[in-house]
Design a protein around this ligand. Structure first.
Ligand code: DX5
Ligand code: ZN
Length: 220
């Protein structure tokens, strides 16, 4: 296999002990921090915003992967760059001019990501795949942690991987939602490069061990 990247989702952390949980991720085998920003409009939930992200970036040197579940994300591209985001991922469904948005993200020095809702076909990325650094395949409907994994994701990832190869793109594939030790390996075999895990990590008895196990299970 390969070096699969593990990105714990801070959404499932204990916000009353955020520094403890950030330090746990810092000292673990995790590769990235996955940060879910929800606006209560694009998704039916509000998570946290800029001050919390600013606090997190102050306490880590690991890659900050920001997943924007907000309408009109163009308004905040510069803000997230200034806050220290390394990857900025917008939803396909939230962008009228996706190609322009991707260029704007890159112009701010970040990697550009596109997230797809479960109902959105990977075929819709055909004309823009070479401009995308990362596709985040949602394996749940965005808005909440702790939902169950949608099985169709395996086929979707295979289809996306085929599209990336056919177009000669260097896009990487991230999976977000319901990731556990039950589906991780099969997702990587289908073509996933990055696994986001929220509840599975933070609801376990030993989150750092759970991260290490996920890493071991999916890398060699
Ligand atoms: C869902 C978020 C996810 C979420 C994953 O809208 O985008 O990143 O935190 O949580 P789990 O792993 O619990 O499904
Ligand atoms: Zn997410």
């Amino acid at each position: 296999m390969k070096n699969t990247l593990i990105a714990p989702s801070v959404l499932a952390a204990d916000f009353a002990n955020l520094q403890r949980d950030i330090e746990m991720i810092n000292n673990s085998d995790a590769d990235w921090f996955h940060i879910d920003i929800m606006d209560g409009v694009f998704v039916p939930n509000i998570s946290f915003g800029m001050p919390v992200l600013e606090a997190i970036t102050r306490h880590t040197t690991k890659t900050i992967d920001v997943h924007l579940m907000i309408v009109d994300p163009d308004r905040y591209i510069k803000t997230f760059a200034d806050l220290g985001a390394n990857i900025l991922c917008v939803h396909y469904e939230a962008c009228t001019h996706l190609h322009r948005t991707l260029q704007a993200i890159k112009n701010e020095g970040m990697k550009a990501g596109v997230a797809l809702n479960p109902h959105t076909s990977v075929d819709l990325l055909e004309d823009v795949i070479n401009d995308i650094d990362l596709v985040c395949v949602m394996s749940v409907n965005p808005g909440f942690g702790g939902q169950s994994f949608i099985e169709n994701t395996y086929d979707k990832v295979k289809k996306l991987k085929a599209l990336i190869d056919r177009k000669g793109a260097s896009t990487i594939i991230e999976i977000d939602g319901g990731v556990t030790n039950k589906n991780a390996k099969q997702l990587v075999e289908a073509g996933a490069d990055v696994l986001v895990a929220g509840s599975y990590v933070f609801k376990s008895d030993n989150p750092a061990n759970t991260i290490a196990d996920l890493k071991k299970l999916t890398s060699n």
